[in-house]
Design a protein. Structure first.
Length: 318
């Protein structure tokens, strides 16, 4: 890396890339230029820190790049928007090779393309640990953003896919059990359905969020913002057979993974009760009266089968 230098690395990882029509000017100038035909820009940022969010002995550079884009692209989708561009800042340790940096870049591009956008710029510096910081830009295409504060009593609560696989993969890595490759892969690289957010918006979703910290933890954010109670029914939660098998093997409660495990990056949304849900969405509960909005005293909460959940509730950064 030292022999290549900052600008040599930038030139190497941007060479030969093609960009979607939404990118008017890509890397190489002081800033990129992307279209904002809607007149509004959806924007989010997130960071992956080595030792906190990933381990290089568990995840390859391409996996890390894909994960960094996925967690930002899922936030864009949770607003009902589509990703158009990603800006990436890297802090690279001395032991990161040029080949590893190129693999990381390939992962960033692979997932950015899958999300519908492109990597349009960023920054590179040296550091003690590998850090990947991504800013994502999205387009609402004329639609209204789906916020967290729109859930109404009488709505249904639904998820766009199963939760718990990343948490199961983490537990398997810790236990050094390798006979569930799909769950290990789910921990390395989440697989957001980037179409699920815009599809939910078109179907009439009243509130929506990304499940990054765990279903209960993120449901609580939605419940507080909307001033409602979200009543989750455990029997309705989608639980893949592999998840149950791994829980039995490790002696774990599968619901701790499904309700409290983070980094699956599926979407959680509320819909009017008579809505025909988009493909892939599953009703897992209902919305009930629950106080005033936005954290006022007595505001929103989450129950599981009518009671407060006493198991794992999700990830916290501090």
């Amino acid at each position: 890396m030292d022999s290549l230098g900052e600008f040599g690395l930038i030139a190497r990882v941007t060479a030969g890339r093609t960009y979607p029509d939404s990118v008017l000017l890509g890397p190489g100038d002081d800033a990129a230029v992307v279209t904002a035909a809607d007149g509004r820009v959806v924007i989010t940022t997130d960071m992956l820190v080595e030792g906190r969010h990933f381990r290089r002995d568990w995840s390859g550079p391409r996996d890390i790049g894909r994960k960094a884009i996925a967690q930002n692209g899922a936030d864009i989708a949770a607003m009902g928007a589509r990703s158009t561009a990603f800006v990436v800042a890297l802090s690279c340790p001395a032991d990161l090779t040029v080949a590893e940096a190129e693999d990381l870049n390939a992962g960033l591009w692979d997932e950015a393309s899958r999300a519908g956008g492109a990597v349009v710029g960023g920054d590179v510096t040296a550091g003690d640990h590998l850090v990947v910081s991504v800013t994502a830009v999205g387009d609402l295409a004329g639609a209204s953003p789906i916020r967290r504060d729109g859930a109404r009593p009488g709505d249904v609560l639904a998820v766009s896919g199963p939760t718990g696989s990343s948490a199961a993969g983490y537990a398997l890595f810790v236990a050094e059990v390798e006979d569930h490759p799909d769950l290990l892969a789910a921990h390395r690289v989440p697989q957001p359905d980037y179409d699920a957010g815009p599809a939910a918006a078109r179907a009439g979703a009243t509130a929506m969020c990304d499940v990054s910290d765990g279903l209960l933890a993120d449901a609580a954010h939605l419940a507080v913002a909307s001033g409602v109670v979200l009543a989750v029914e455990s029997a309705r939660l989608p639980v893949p057979p592999a998840l149950r098998e791994a829980a039995t093997e490790l002696g774990a409660d599968v619901l701790d993974w499904v309700l409290g495990g983070g980094e699956d990056h599926v979407l959680l949304a509320t819909f009017p009760a008579d809505t025909a849900l988009p493909s892939g969405w599953t009703v897992v509960g209902s919305v009930m009266e629950g106080g005033e909005k936005n954290g006022a005293e007595g505001a929103g909460s989450v129950t599981v089968d009518g009671s407060e959940w006493t198991g794992v509730r999700g990830w916290t950064s501090f």
